[in-house]
Write a protein that binds this ligand. Sequence first.
Ligand SMILES: NC(=O)c1ccc[n+]([C@@H]2O[C@H](COP(=O)([O-])OP(=O)(O)OC[C@H]3O[C@@H](n4cnc5c(N)ncnc54)[C@H](O)[C@@H]3O)[C@@H](O)[C@H]2O)c1
Length: 336
Amino acid sequence: MINLGVIGCGQWGPNHIRNFTNLANCRVLACADLNDKRLKSMKVLFRTIHPTKDYLEIIRHPKIDAVVVATPSSTHYRIVKECLTAGKDVLCEKPLCLKKSEAKELIDLAGSLKKILMVGHVFLFNAGIRKLNELIRSGECGRIYYLHAKRTNLGPFRTDVNAVWDLASHDISICNYLLNAMPVDVSARGGKYLQAGIEDVAFVCLKYPMGILANIHVSWLDPKKVRQLTVVGDKQMIHWDDLDNVGPIKCYDRKVEPHYYYETFGEFYLLAKEGNITIPKLNLHEPLKAQAVHFLECVQSRKEPTSDGKTGLDVIRVIDAIQKSLAHEGTPVPIK
Ligand SMILES: NC(=O)c1ccc[n+]([C@@H]2O[C@H](COP(=O)([O-])OP(=O)(O)OC[C@H]3O[C@@H](n4cnc5c(N)ncnc54)[C@H](O)[C@@H]3O)[C@@H](O)[C@H]2O)c1
């Protein structure tokens, strides 16, 4: 039995508490939040939980083995560092923190103390993204030309980070995972329409090795909730729509082939080929539950998580370059 504490019970924290509470090999002993109302509602929802305003109570609790950090992103570095130092394994919500140097420090700290450090890049546990990865690995797409991702909604608006940190962190983790690579450089433009100094909209273009482009559009200022990704390859084109419960993955047997003609040797024109659209059957599950199960497995077996500190650092490296490009009106910035 693994004893857990959850720090941060805002919009997202309760989803962690619910998932971990429903797993047989774990107990959520305590939760912390600065807000009394949030703590009261946690006590109503989860009767056996001990609510506290002071997260240090969780960190110092001798029976708590592992901590989930679901506070605002700007607080992650400090809280995760305190948790690790106190000897707890940690599952931290994305992004791990807001600086590359801080992420490196947390990775080193977890390594030296032999503690598990996992980052909640939850889409790496999404059945549709897993299937997409499987299809890419098995060569179904052929050579990948480009990816196009869209993640929009009207709100929720954050005040500590922009829409890139909040939303594109998901798409960057997905693109890195699917392409099994890091981008070489990035060019990004953004709009600060609602809050001074905070981009609520961004158009990000990542250049990966082999000329693969990944375009990411994120927005808190859009009429429609969209979570989609299209992968265009030379054999197939695959579309993922996370909000399509019937078939989130659709494989389009569509491609373009050069059609040669020989009246004048070497001439050709491009021929669009249309084929079937197939919808692979997926075993759909709540990604956050799969992530929770994986975290507990790692705590129990001491294995490195799929979404480890390095995965979190890689996303931060990309966002760091995006921030610089945003500040320079889209100038390409290499990823360091
Ligand atoms: N993986 C996902 O899909 C996903 C979805 C939503 C949010 N998130 C991440 O989860 C984190 C929280 O997001 P949210 O939407 O719940 O934010 P939120 O603002 O709704 O909730 C954060 C909560 O943390 C509490 N808090 C702040 N400082 C604290 C402290 N020192 N001690 C205890 N509690 C403290 C606040 O009172 C608040 O209730 C963010 O990092 C966000 O990026 C991830």
